[in-house]
Design a protein around this ligand. Structure first.
Ligand code: F6P
Length: 336
């Protein structure tokens, strides 16, 4: 087993609250083991352009409570090419990096795996994305904060929706995963949720949604009605859907797109603790020779999943949660 003298770390893809807590834990644990840490800036771009600096204890002292990432993040098209991976490996060799820790979503972690064809150092991934769509991790770093942010926003929308007896379609992030949408819908007692996991295709849904909104109004009288919708779900977009629903139901449906607000903000304690555990575990795993694995928490244990498995395993939404949402919903006709 090689002795680890220097660890490289980068954050890649959509930033997620808690990434700073992971960086902090990596730096402090590395220091404990007498290992130095090099931070690469702007994801894989930092590897390609040689943009790096030494991460020391004083650099990470006051970062655990900040959203975003002190290393900056980005997507990096150039890294997906052979030339890019070769260039990155040259930089890693030049800097004598023994192990690279990549914090990011499944795309970034799969990118990290590609490096192994050109570079002989160890590669370890940590799941950092608000989307919670990475297999091998019950929760990804940033998911809890993003849900919390969306819940706070929707609670506020509920106040004004109640006051005006209005219908709102609130779009939340998640790329192609319904985890945020489903969790937020349950936590906000939304009247309806539309996610990729819904049983009907969007084309079949319009009439059902119209029925649902009008039936809710008939049985309750005028009242607030909130539908949470996953981004990228409706083929023509949430704003168009709101227009179509308004036309067909004769009830004004207001769209509200929460967008990037869900990526920022102070990480909630769950993300700080998860990120800290995974950061510590990543350094310890590197010392123990771990390679080409992602560390995630599964049933309260830190688990190593081969990076090669991530592309093969689609993390499906918790079916209990999905069924629960359907059962506790007041009007059952929508999914009949
Ligand atoms: O993966 C995190 C995420 O915020 C997704 O939920 C969203 O679809 C995407 O990133 C947005 O990416 P960008 O910030 O590049 O527009």
């Amino acid at each position: 087993m090689r002795k680890i003298n220097t660890i490289g770390v980068l954050t890649s893809g959509g930033d997620a609250p808690g990434m700073n807590a992971a960086i902090r834990a990596i730096v402090l644990t590395a220091q404990h083991h007498g290992i130095s840490v090099t931070g690469f800036k702007r994801g894989f771009n930092g590897l390609l352009n040689g943009e790096h600096f030494q991460l020391t204890e004083c650099y990470v002292r006051d970062i655990i409570h900040h959203g975003g990432t002190v290393l900056k993040s980005a997507r990096c098209q150039a890294f997906t090419t052979e030339q890019g991976q070769l260039q990155a490996s040259e930089v890693l060799n030049r800097l004598a990096i023994d192990c690279l820790i990549v914090i990011g979503g499944d795309g970034s972690l799969r990118g990290a795996e590609l490096l192994a064809d050109y570079w002989s150092g160890q590669i370890i991934g940590l799941p950092g994305t608000i989307d919670n769509d990475v297999a091998g991790a019950d929760k990804t770093i940033g998911f809890a904060t993003a849900v919390n942010t969306a819940v706070e926003a929707i609670d506020k929308i509920r106040d004004t929706a109640d006051a005006f007896e209005r219908t709102f379609l609130v779009e939340v992030m998640g790329r192609e995963s319904g985890y945020i949408a489903m969790s937020v819908a349950i936590a906000c007692a939304a009247e309806q949720v539309l996610t990729f996991e819904s049983r009907q295709l969007p084309s079949q849904q319009l009439a059902s949604i119209v029925n649902h909104i009008t039936n809710a109004q008939k049985s309750r009288g005028n009242s607030s009605y909130i539908m949470v919708i996953a981004e990228n779900l409706w083929p023509t977009g949430t704003i168009e859907l709101a227009k179509e629903l308004t036309e067909q139901s004769n009830i004004e449906c207001q769209p509200c797109i929460l967008g990037h607000i869900q990526r920022g903000g102070r990480p909630v304690f769950e993300d700080r603790i998860l990120a800290t555990k995974l950061g510590v575990a990543a350094v310890e795993a590197s010392v123990d020779g771990a390679h080409l694995v992602m560390l995630g928490e599964v049933n309260q244990s830190i688990t190593a999943t081969p990076l090669s498995k991530l592309a093969l395993e689609h993390k499906t939404i918790d079916t209990f949660l999905f069924n629960a949402q359907q059962q506790i919903f007041e009007y059952h006709d929508f999914h009949d």
